[in-house]
Design a binder for this molecule. Structure first.
Ligand SMILES: [Zn+2]
Length: 157
C-alpha cells in the first residue's frame, strides 16, 4: 500500500480544507518525515487540533470515517477527514485537489494526456500514475468539462 501512496505524498504535507468550525479556508500541515506531527489550524476562528491517527496505515476505503489511518482518494484531507477546500461537483463525481499545486498538477496532467494522444504515441507517459487517478478523470469525453472546472476553481480562489 505504501508504494501506491508515493505519487500523492508530495501533495499531502499541506492540505487546504474548510474549517469544520467556521467554514473558512484553513490548513492541515503534516511532516512528510513524521506523519505523527500533523495538525490542523484555522487562522480565522483559532480552532486547532493535533492528529492522533495511525500514521503507518494508508487506505482508500469508503468506510473512512471509521478508521483513523491516512486516507487518500476522497474529497477530504487524509488525516482529520475534513472537507477539502478545492472541490467541484462534475456530474455525479467530485473533482478535488489537496492544494493549489495538486490542482495545477491535475490540470497539467490532463493537458499532457491530450497532447500525447494527438501525437499518436503509445498511451500515457506514466502508467503507474494513470492507474492511481480515477478513471472518469482520464476519459477523453470528460476532459473539456474537467479542465473548465479546474479553471473555475482557480478563478474563485
Ligand atoms: Zn475556523
Amino acid at each position: 500500500m505504501k508504494n501506491e501512496f508515493t505519487y500523492i505524498s508530495e501533495f499531502i504535507n499541506q492540505i487546504d480544507v474548510c474549517c469544520p468550525n467556521c467554514g473558512s479556508k484553513s490548513v492541515v500541515k503534516s511532516d512528510a518525515n513524521n506523519r505523527n506531527n500533523t495538525r490542523f489550524i484555522c487562522s480565522k476562528c483559532g480552532k486547532s487540533k493535533i492528529w492522533n491517527g495511525q500514521s503507518s496505515t494508508y487506505y482508500y476505503s469508503n468506510n473512512y470515517k471509521e478508521s483513523e489511518g491516512i486516507l487518500i482518494g476522497h474529497p477530504v484531507d487524509c488525516y482529520f477527514k475534513y472537507p477539502l477546500w478545492y472541490t467541484k461537483q462534475i456530474k455525479n463525481q467530485t473533482l478535488f485537489a489537496y492544494n493549489k499545486e495538486h490542482l495545477n498538477f491535475l490540470e497539467e496532467y490532463i493537458n499532457d494526456s491530450i497532447r500525447e494522444r494527438r501525437q499518436g504515441e503509445y498511451g500515457w507517459k506514466n502508467t503507474s500514475l494513470e492507474s492511481r487517478l480515477p478513471k472518469w478523470l482520464l476519459l477523453s469525453k470528460n476532459r473539456e468539462v474537467i479542465l473548465k472546472a479546474i479553471k473555475e476553481i482557480k478563478e474563485i480562489n
